[in-house]
Design a protein around this ligand. Structure first.
Ligand code: ZN
Length: 258
């Protein structure tokens, strides 16, 4: 695996105007790698760090904000990290009725862990999307023993930073896992409502703070449910969420080829 010093060195050489071949000759790093680094910073660059649980000092600022925020939303809604021998497995359980969400989840995982592909296992009524990595607990430090609602769920500063860069993606991930969009027809008048239900007070709080950041009004309809009723606000959510059967395109990101 390449390290951050190599990346920084290559960036310096790119800044001097050298082409990929010249940089490859000078550094011994393959030309295709350099071409990739020119287009998009890698997300898996590492520095060794003995104090870190996986032995690696992550630069979380290099993570792609959109896919990360979306995956974080899915994880907080319906995700789970478990250990299989020395490696960790992130599993997101999704409704099999919505293949567009399953596909988007796979794309988000592949963008966060370049070079890997998520696996799919079908179960009764649902689908598990999963990927193995020793870094899942680093990327989702909310991981811990027991149920999410029994422990404190608070975002690290670097996570807050990524979520504020891609707040809509975070809300989308939460709705795609634990939310729903309902179209009501009340005596001929059609209205759209969104509901998000979660047992964890902390996760409900993360959801409403994200809505506040987007200036979307909400109300607590039950102890465990946050609802969005007003027309202007549901119309705003429809701009980037809409029906769960509808594929939502990625805003301006390059996904690794699958
Ligand atoms: Zn790690």
């Amino acid at each position: 695996m390449r390290n951050l010093d190599e990346f920084d060195h290559v960036q310096t050489l790119i800044a001097t105007g050298k082409n990929d071949c010249a940089i490859a000759r000078e550094t011994g790093i393959p030309r295709t790698t350099i071409r990739g680094w020119r287009r998009r910073p890698p997300t898996k660059l590492v520095k060794l760090d003995r104090s870190s649980p996986c032995g690696v000092l992550h630069d979380f600022g290099l993570l792609p904000a959109g896919p990360y925020a979306y995956l974080l939303g899915l994880y907080l809604g319906d995700g789970n990290i478990s250990r299989a021998r020395k490696i960790w497995r992130l599993r997101i359980t999704l409704d099999r009725k919505y293949p567009a969400i399953v596909q988007r989840c796979r794309e988000a995982m592949a963008a966060v862990m370049p070079g890997q592909q998520a696996g799919i296992v079908g179960r009764v009524g649902c689908v598990d999307v999963s990927m193995h990595s020793k870094h899942w607990p680093c990327l989702f430090p909310q991981h811990g023993p027991g149920k999410k609602h029994d422990r404190l769920i608070a975002l690290e500063l670097w996570q807050q930073d990524l979520v504020s860069q891609a707040t809509e993606e975070f809300v989308l991930g939460l709705i795609h896992s634990d939310g729903c969009r309902v179209v009501a027809n009340d005596r001929g008048i059609r209205s759209v409502r969104y509901h998000f239900t979660n047992v964890s007070v902390d996760i409900l709080d993360l959801f409403t703070r994200a809505l506040d950041r987007l200036a979307i009004r909400w109300r607590r309809s039950t102890q465990r449910t946050v609802s969005i009723y007003r027309k202007a606000d549901t119309a705003r959510l429809d701009q980037f969420i809409g029906p769960k059967s509808r594929p939502v395109p990625w805003p301006c990101i390059e996904l690794p080829a699958s």
